[in-house]
Write a protein that binds this ligand. Sequence first.
Ligand code: SF4
Length: 310
Amino acid sequence: MKDVSCDRCNAVSSVYLPYSKIHLCRAHFFELIERRFRATVRENKLIQKGDRIAVGLSGGKDSTVLLHLLASLRKSLPFELVAITVDEGIAGYRAPTLAVAKREAKKLKVKHAVVSFKNEAGRTLDRLLKDNQDALPCSYCGVIRRQLLNKAARKLGADKIAIGHNLDDVAQTVFMNLMRNEPLRLVRFGEPLVEDEAFISRIRPLMRIPEREIAMYAMLKGIHIDFRECPYAHSALRQDVRGMLNDLEEKHPGTKYKIFNSFTLMHAWMRKGIGETGFKLAKCADCGEPFSGKGKLCMYCMMVGGSKKK
Ligand code: SF4
C-alpha cells in the first residue's frame, strides 16, 4: 500500500483524523495534541503559577498521558506536581495498572501516593460487591474513589486534582445525565459554584482530546501502558453510551466535538440561570466530608456503612 504523506510536511503520515480530514506524521500529531492540551489549560485557567496539582493516576492511558503532559508543561509554567493512585482492590486488574502508575511517576520524578479501598473504607471493591449483591459496581467505585482522592489530595496540600477525562468521557457524561434525568449534575460539572476548602476542585486538561488520539499518542511516544479493561466495566451504562457514541462518530465524524461544544455553551447558560447560590456542599454528619446532596450522610458513608472501617 502506498504511503500517505502528512498534510503539514512531506513525512509519512502516522495518523488520520477523520473529523478534520487530515493526515499527520508523528511530529505534527504530537504537536497537535500538546497544543490542544496547553490551550485547554490556558484558556480555562486550569493551572496557576505555583499551584500544587495532584494527578489522579490510575495507570491507564489517559491519566498516564496526562502525567507526562503535565510534567512537561512545568518547563514553561512552574507548578508542583504530585500523583495519587486509588487502589480499589479489583482482582486481576488494578495490580498491573498500579505497577504502570508507580513506574511512570518514578520515571518522571513525581511524588506518588497510593491509597486503597481496603485501608480507607475497610474493604476492597470486590469484597464490597460480594457483600452487596445488588450494588452497581461503578456507582460504588465512583463514590468511594472520589472521596478517597479528595481526602488524599487535601492531605498532600493540593490546590486542584487533575483527572484524565477525555473528550469521549465528557460526551458520555452529558448523555448519561440526560438519560438519567439528572440535569443538575450537568450544571455541577467542572468548578463548584460555592467554594469549600475541604473540597479540592477537579480539572480536566484532556477534555478536548478524543480517547483514540490519547491512545495513539501513548503508543507513538513509546509510553508502555496496560490497556486491559476493568472486569466490571461491561455492566456500566457508560459502556453502552460509549458504544453508541463511537458508532455515531464513525458515521458522522465530529459528533463528539459537536456534543462537547454544545455542552460547553449550554453549561455557561445553565450556570448563569441557576445563580451563584445555586447549590452548596453539605457536610456529612458521620465522616465530616463535603458532599452534594440531601440528607445527613454522604453517599460514601451510606455505601461503606459509616466512616468507621469494617
Ligand atoms: Fe470502577 Fe467501574 Fe471504572 Fe471499574 S469500570 S474502575 S468498577 S468505575
